[in-house]
Design a protein around this ligand. Sequence first.
Ligand code: G4F
Length: 336
Amino acid sequence: MKRALITGITGQDGSYLADLLETKDYEIYGLVRRTSTDPFIRINHLIKNDRVKLIYGNMRDKATLIRALEIAKPDEIYNLAGQSDVRISFDCPDETWAINFEGVKMLADEAFKQNPKVKFYQASTSEMYGKTQPPQNEASPFEPVSPYGESKHKTHTDIVKALREKGHFICSGILFNHESPRRGENFVTRKVTQNLVKIKLGMIEGFELGNLEARRDWGFAGDYVNAMWRMLQQEVADDFVIATGVSRTIREMVEMASEILDLGLTWQGEGLDEIGITKDGKIIIRINKYFYRPNEVDYLRGDASKAKEVLGWVPQVSFKEMIAMMIEADQKILTR
Ligand code: G4F
């Protein structure tokens, strides 16, 4: 039986990955940070069935990482822990750096020290491309524009590439945006599905958004964790772009969610004065400068041909199916 250590197991990706590894009969260990709220909501089903063993730890605390590795004795490590909120990284650059770079360095150095043969997956990101124009693939240059993107880029070059040159098995999964009903409420897709459902149910009148024109390549998180696993089943470690190849604006995403809920959304005005109105004439969306980034990644559209060719990976869930799935889940939660 293979043993896996997942950092960030309570997050969206960690929880889907744990579900996947359970079906493959892994012994699963999860690194969990202590918080004052219940972080286990996404993996409660696995805890109750005793399918994951949780170890308290923190990417900023080396002793806890050493201990987690000693307990888990992993064959595979999936490093999914991180400060993953791009907007917040502008407010908290030091914390972002400490977790996304220094923490990974401590974990990877100690992991290969304890077991030089361990296979290591590093959660890299399309945010590293920054201003690079699409389609972005493994050969495209990186031009990050946020502290988050910079921290991930430096980890990709100075940790992943450097350790691989020394002969270790370490991969970067350059994942484009991936969403699901388990997505955190601060990310734009979930914020939109949740708030539109609340509007439909008469729980709120409206909500605010930032830049509607940025383009993202959105896939389903459940598909993307499958790509992570495939990367670590290869003989040779490598980096892979994971994306759908289709890009949409935030505006188009909002329109699709509104259409599924039959809100009859139309737009009026421009820039910060733009509003979204329902067919009943209610203003449900306003624009707030606060939600704009100091520096924006304007256009992401990934080319995942290499993942298709080498890993045999192709996305299974369409964008519309994913948004519908998120709306259905939010309806269930909010009418409970
Ligand atoms: O949903 P987002 O916050 O995701 P973002 O910044 O693209 O980052 C996500 O994907 C990355 C992969 O490229 C990951 F590495 C990262 O960890 C994270 O998972 O924002 C998407 C877009 C942005 O252009 C943002 O400016 O939506 C725009 N947006 C417009 N209004 C908003 C809002 N984003 C948020 N979070 N909230 C808004 O009200």
